[in-house]
Design a protein around this ligand. Structure first.
Ligand code: GLU
Length: 332
């Protein structure tokens, strides 16, 4: 399948979003993706949407959502529609949008895209549908329950509530990423993924595509760890007869030791960084420099960067954060 997204939508019609999961504090890598997604839309004169992805209620906390909004405001990132201000496509919290996901599930079931899976959670924990890439998910689901007969399903349903999986079609998926370039995923890449868990919680992949389509999102700019989710999302959109946005995946941040930026490198949450830096300009300058938008990391306000934004300047894959920058963020 090739993504046949047409020419770029007119500037006024561009709609982008930042869609954090409130299961923890905003990390500098999330702030990097949020800043770039926001700059892309502000540069285009479009509409920026903030959506809280709290579909997994047990893992989400309202206080994290509050803190994320506050951190974004501190950075100078604003939004035209969101949970605090509403908008024409609300609600902007996934926990309040369940009916829409159920309608999409019903349509997928009707069109025979789904099958029940009885594999136990313990067996499959590593391969559950998670939003952070195949590497984090472990091996692809081997399709154990795909070929069960109606009788076998009935018998197993007596003992166990199944999850629902999307049956990956037998063709490859290709699309052109705005940063990563042409992408090709072999048929079935990643395996059949969960769209509804056995506990009834809707899977990330389904919720995100329903929301992006419902909210008229034309441009998805997000972290590289979600690149592997894109073929699944394109397939779901196609199965649901929904239009696909254009995708661009920004690089992840790594420490000077070549490891993914984390606590071991010092203050990497916005809450921590805010205790060190009194205002956001130096952080913004550093992030813009990492994104290839500024030659030198000079302190700037987020909105001053709008004219510098070019998707083509953003480097591919991974970006190494210098010792200097880490020192700046960690030392009072
Ligand atoms: N909610 C996801 C996360 O915080 C991001 C979803 C997306 O941008 O598609 O990782």
């Amino acid at each position: 399948m090739t993504d046949k997204s047409g020419p770029a939508p007119s500037p006024a019609a561009r709609r982008g979003r930042f869609a954090p999961t409130p299961s923890g504090l905003l990390h500098i890598g999330n702030a990097f993706a949020a800043l770039l997604a926001w700059l892309q839309i502000r540069r285009a004169g479009g509409t920026f949407v903030l959506r809280i992805e709290d579909i997994d209620k047990p893992r989400s906390r309202p206080e994290y959502a509050e803190q994320i909004l506050d951190d974004l405001r501190w950075l100078g990132i604003d939004w035209d529609e969101g949970p605090d201000i509403g908008g024409p496509y609300g609600p902007y919290e996934q926990s309040a949008r369940e009916e829409r996901y159920r309608a999409a599930l019903a349509r997928l079931e009707r069109d025979r895209w789904l099958y029940p899976c009885y594999c136990s959670r313990a067996e499959l924990m590593a391969i559950a549908s998670a939003p952070h890439g195949l590497a984090a998910e472990g091996p692809a689901y081997p399709g154990i329950c795909r070929g069960l007969t109606a009788e076998e399903r009935q018998a197993r349903s007596l003992a166990k509530t199944p999850s629902l999986r999307f049956a990956m079609p037998e063709h490859e998926v290709t699309y052109v990423d705005g940063i990563a370039g042409p992408q090709r995923f072999p048929a079935g890449a990643g395996g059949d993924f969960v769209v509804q868990r056995a506990d009834g919680i809707i899977g990330y992949q389904l919720a995100v595509v329903v929301d992006d389509a419902d909210m008229g999102i034309t441009d998805v700019l997000r972290g590289w760890d979600l690149l592997d989710s894109t073929p699944r999302q394109l397939l779901l959109l196609k199965a649901l007869g929904l239009p696909a946005p254009r995708y661009a995946h920004v690089p992840l941040l790594y420490g000077p030791d070549g490891r993914r930026l984390s606590k071991r490198h010092g203050s990497v949450t916005l809450r921590g960084i805010r205790q060190t830096l009194r205002s956001p300009e130096r952080l913004i300058g550093q992030l813009a420099h990492l994104a290839g938008l500024l030659e030198r990391p000079e302190p700037l306000k987020a909105r001053e960067l709008t004219p510098c934004f070019e998707l083509s300047r953003i480097p591919q894959k991974q970006v190494i954060v210098s010792e200097n920058m880490l020192r700046l963020l960690s030392v009072p």
